[in-house]
Write a protein that binds this ligand. Structure first.
Ligand SMILES: [Zn+2]
Length: 430
């Protein structure tokens, strides 16, 4: 049986090397090479071995770049860098059957299902995501399988299981005690030293980033509201430990006290930020931290609370309150100049409709050009990958999408992507 692993390795190598065409040349009718700048008409993008090697003015002939160079004609399209969603959960989707699925599905089932969600997200034009809370073994395997070209999906920056307080958001709830015991992740912690251990534990098993929950959450059925749940000393210890080990920290946070405590401790981003106040805005700007608004999650839970019957009354009440407040506070943070990175919390909403976040951001008053920047340049900065992602420039990874209308003019253009390339490989072409 010893030959099997090597055979697997050979097949994997064959797949990953066939992924990359030799040289590909794109004729872009309109090219937004650097979101934030103005788009340019009639440009040629040259791609080799998965990387962008040149961007030239006008439509250059493909054969100029090699006699087998392949031309992709997007001369009637708007071309831009692949979108990046900074908050997803690729292992599932919120539904009334979540409880029974937790009992019926094996970890392998969950991992297999997550490959379907990953594929949907990629086909929606999202070439990079941050997965902020999942069963660690399965999400790290998905991340690595995508990297190796075994399955198709966006590049995944994964947190694994969240570092959270006992009984807090991120811990298990809503089940009988024996099951709660069984499902409680090893990253649940109390007190600074225990949270230091939990942070190290997450990193030991493969976390790219540490996700914490400094406040309660809308979907926790613990009747503990959305106030601060992790203490200042825990937050400081987690951030110091994670940063020391080269990992960024992002905190789920709704109430201002929890947002501000996390920002004071030095987190790199805040998810949701529903009740950000003046002090939060000051701290965001002082630290250069990012807000990941997740308006789509707010919108989804408000709709579910009003139109479905599987949430408890406590969750419904929280959802309606937070969903509405989130929009007003996002608008205030944006107008005050807080760094914004695009993120949906997909998994709460369905996978593949991630671009709807952009429409909600526009409805809340964000300029289209800033929305596109939040999903490319800003997201790349947040994950420290500005050198390789976020723009279409020489030397960067060839993650490229195209639309039949300019999203700078009509943000809803993002809802229907015509062309998706990741690592130089075409995944969708209409
Ligand atoms: Zn989330």
């Amino acid at each position: 049986m010893k030959t099997i692993p090597s055979l697997v390795a050979i097949i994997a190598l064959a797949i990953s090397s066939s992924v990359v065409a030799k040289t590909t040349v794109i004729h872009a009718g309109e090219l937004l090479a650097v979101p934030g700048d103005k788009p340019l008409k009639e440009q040629t993008v040259v791609i080799k071995d998965g990387k962008i090697i040149n961007v030239v003015k006008g439509y250059a002939e493909a054969t100029k770049f090699g006699k087998n160079a392949q031309l992709i004609d997007l001369s009637d399209r708007f071309v831009m860098p692949g979108l990046m969603d900074m908050h997803v959960h690729l292992q599932g989707e919120l539904s009334p059957s979540n409880d029974s699925e937790a009992l019926r599905m094996s970890n392998a089932d969950v991992a297999m299902k997550s490959t379907m969600f990953a594929n949907k997200v990629l086909h929606a034009g999202f070439t990079t995501v941050r997965d902020l809370g999942a069963n660690p073994e399965e999400i790290f395997a998905l991340r690595d399988a995508i990297d190796k070209g075994w399955v198709n999906g966006p590049r995944v920056i994964a947190a694994g299981s969240m570092v959270a307080a006992t009984g807090g958001h991120g811990d298990v709830d809503g089940m009988k005690a024996e099951l709660i015991e069984k499902y409680t992740p090893k990253t649940i912690c109390d007190g600074p030293y225990d949270c230091r251990r939990a942070t190290r534990h997450a990193i030991k098993y493969g976390a790219d980033i540490i996700k914490i929950t400094s406040t309660g959450g809308v979907l926790s059925d613990t009747n503990t509201g959305t106030g601060q749940q992790m203490t200042d000393d825990e937050l400081v210890e987690i951030v110091e430990t994670a940063h020391g080990l080269g990992r960024k920290v992002t905190s789920h946070a709704h109430a201002a006290a929890g947002i501000n405590a996390a920002l004071r401790a030095g987190v790199d981003s805040i998810e949701h930020g529903s009740y950000a106040d003046e002090e939060s805005i000051r701290l965001f700007k002082e630290n250069g931290a990012y807000l990941v608004p997740t308006l789509l999650a707010g919108d989804t839970v408000v709709n579910l609370a009003k139109n479905s019957n599987f949430m408890s009354d406590a969750i419904k009440a929280k959802a309606i309150r937070v969903g509405a407040d989130m929009i007003a506070n996002f608008k205030r943070s944006y107008e005050a100049g807080v760094n914004i990175a695009f993120g949906t919390d997909s998994g709460v909403s369905k996978h593949g409709i991630n671009a709807r976040e952009a429409v909600l951001m526009a409805n809340a008053g964000m300029r289209n050009s800033d929305i596109l920047k939040s999903a490319t340049v800003n997201a790349a900065d947040l994950i420290d990958m500005s050198a390789s992602l976020g723009t279409i420039e020489s030397g960067k990874i060839a993650d490229i999408v195209a639309y039949d209308e300019s999203p700078l003019k009509n943000i809803e253009a993002l809802l229907d992507v015509d062309f998706v390339m990741k690592d130089g490989k075409v995944h969708k072409q209409k």
